[in-house]
Design a protein around this ligand. Structure first.
Ligand code: NAP
Ligand code: G3P
Length: 494
């Protein structure tokens, strides 16, 4: 524990029991209930979390509502300074946060370092970008039939209280990607981190508190999404829900949240389409990285590869060959581990194992991998996969890539557009013009040409269509999403 910076967020025992942050102080819930966070590495207890009560959620919401107007009223440049200080504190405690992240969610050293340092850069970039976001004025006589005399002052204002809910696979970065723009635009934030990742989320909350976010403006409540989620998102004092997680949870939140504005990043099930003229060594590297990074637990992970049979067969052989050097499953803390540590829990690993076995039962072949040990799933490649199989129709959040042959690229486009998901797609071809023409056929959020799917760089627009999301994120787009326009029209006498 770095000096006493984080001293008040837990009881300091081993393993610690963490408090939740009610916006003003770190407290133990009156529920008397705690839940354990087990490390996916070895199932050891990382710590315990409070399970908050609905009364505590009411109080947090009340505090957030009351604190928001004064927070929006302070100069933007002061909010910007606080965010830059939060970025500095995150960088200052990077080593401690990296070690915690590795233990709590099983990321490798490089992946955990990447998440923390990316959060530092993202927070700084948000703060700088917020200063260039401005409203506009409009004159009435620009529109046919209207005389001069009406001027619209179009301001950008806060929504009020933003409920921010983040997923386990980026519990720091994808929490900051919600909290920072919401705070910069003058909102209060009630933050609910993922249970597996909440300890990292609580540390991030402490950083914002120490950076100078005023009392009441930011709170962090813990407890299972299935237990407190509905009450939180349906709360009458919640003015906007920003959520990243599975499509099923997103749908549940959309129903419980009613007419509230929603900003969602949901499940992905991303294809890679390989044209006959593709650069094979690049394609192989991108498929391996795209499919197996963080044990395939990325919404942007490559989940299935489409190509005509001849291309697919030679690609498969090369992928299998390169996996021997580029991929190694093991303890994520070990320098020998490459891309594939444990998945987030043994329960998740069991589900992935079941889906693999179901695909085999439906006629798929295991070209490599397929075995499970505790929370560890071997990097797996399936062949002879058909579009109707569950392994293609659902998001398998693990290190599994399916190879599916098609008769034409048009057939590939039809399969992709027939999916319930539409986050990203990768297209590999040496002819970028061909890639662009094909990309325009795909009903997905983003098409990567000659690269694996990814959210970064973080100022690019990032969105999913169909069950993969609602709204657009990415620095400027997130700042806009966390605010609304408010026209004030001056009707001046003729
Ligand atoms: P998840 O199970 O949907 O949980 C996401 C968050 O929602 C967690 O904080 C969870 O809390 C909370 N939650 C669960 N049920 C809820 C409810 N009824 N009401 C309110 N909140 C609720 O997803 P995950 O397993 O953490 O993350 C993996 C999923 O997220 C994958 O589908 C992945 O594709 C998706 N994801 C998408 C993106 C993207 O950018 N599109 C990025 C990252 C991840 P608990 O943890 O306490 O259950
Ligand atoms: O699943 C997390 C999603 O945001 C992907 O991020 O940067 O790994 O593509 P990235």
């Amino acid at each position: 524990m770095p000096d006493d910076f984080f001293a008040d967020i837990s009881d300091g025992k081993t393993p610690p029991t963490y408090r939740f942050f009610n916006g003003k102080e770190w407290v133990v819930s009156t529920s008397g209930k705690i839940t354990a966070v087990h490390s996916p590495i070895d199932a050891s207890i990382v710590g315990h979390l409070q399970v908050v009560t609905t009364a505590e959620i009411d109080a947090v919401m009340e505090t957030a509502k009351a604190a928001q107007p004064a927070w929006e009223a302070i100069p933007l440049n002061q909010r910007v300074k606080i965010m830059h200080l939060a970025a500095d504190w995150t960088a200052h405690f990077a080593d401690y946060l990296i070690a915690l992240l590795m233990r709590e969610i099983g990321k490798t050293t490089d992946e955990a370092k990447g998440e923390i340092m990316r959060t530092v850069d993202l927070t700084d970039y948000f703060a700088d970008e917020a200063q260039s976001l401005r409203g506009e004025t409009l004159d009435s006589d620009n529109f046919p039939g209207f005389e001069k005399g009406r001027i619209a002052l179009v301001e950008r204002v806060a929504y009020g209280v933003v409920v921010a809910i983040s997923p386990f696979n980026y519990p720091v970065n994808l929490s900051a990607s919600k909290i920072v723009p919401a705070l910069l635009m003058g909102n209060s934030v009630v933050f609910k981190p993922p249970t597996q990742g909440a300890i990292s989320g609580l540390h991030l909350t402490k950083i914002f508190q120490k950076a100078g976010v005023p009392a009441g403006v930011l709170s962090c409540v813990t407890g299972g999404g299935g237990e407190i989620g509905d009450y939180l998102v349906s709360h009458p004092k919640a003015d906007l829900i920003t959520f990243t997680g599975s499509s099923d949870t997103g749908r549940a939140i959309a129903v419980a949240g009613g007419m509230k504005p929603l900003v969602f990043e949901c499940g992905g099930n991303n294809p890679a389409v390989v044209f006959p003229d593709a650069d094979m060594s690049l394609t192989v590297r991108e498929i391996i990285k795209g499919g197996f990074s963080y044990a395939g637990q990325r919404c942007t992970a490559i989940k299935y590869v489409l190509g005509t049979s001849g291309v697919l067969e030679s690609l498969l052989q090369e992928v299998l060959l390169q996996m021997k050097t580029l991929v190694h499953m093991g303890d994520p803390r070990s320098p020998e581990t490459k891309l594939v540590g444990p998945v987030i829990s043994e329960q998740a690993a069991l589900h992935i194992e079941e889906v693999i076995q179901e695909a085999v039962g439906d006629g798929a072949t295991i070209a490599t991998g397929g075995k499970r040990t505790a929370s560890y799933i071997e990097p797996t490649i399936l062949t002879n996969v058909k579009p109707t199989m569950k392994i293609v129709g659902t998001e398998v959040f693990g290190p599994v890539i399916s190879f599916m042959s098609v008769n034409s690229m048009d057939e590939a486009a039809t399969i992709i557009n027939g999916s319930h998901f539409g986050l990203q797609a990768s297209v590999f071809t040496k002819d970028e013009g061909t890639g662009i023409v094909f990309a325009r056929q795909l009903n997905v959020g983003t098409v990567q040409i000659n690269g694996s799917p990814q959210r970064g760089p973080d100022h690019f627009p990032f969105l999913g269509v169909k069950r993969s999301g609602l709204g657009v994120q990415g620095v400027r787009y997130s700042l806009e999403a966390m605010s609304r326009l408010k026209p004030i029209v001056l009707n001046k006498p003729a």
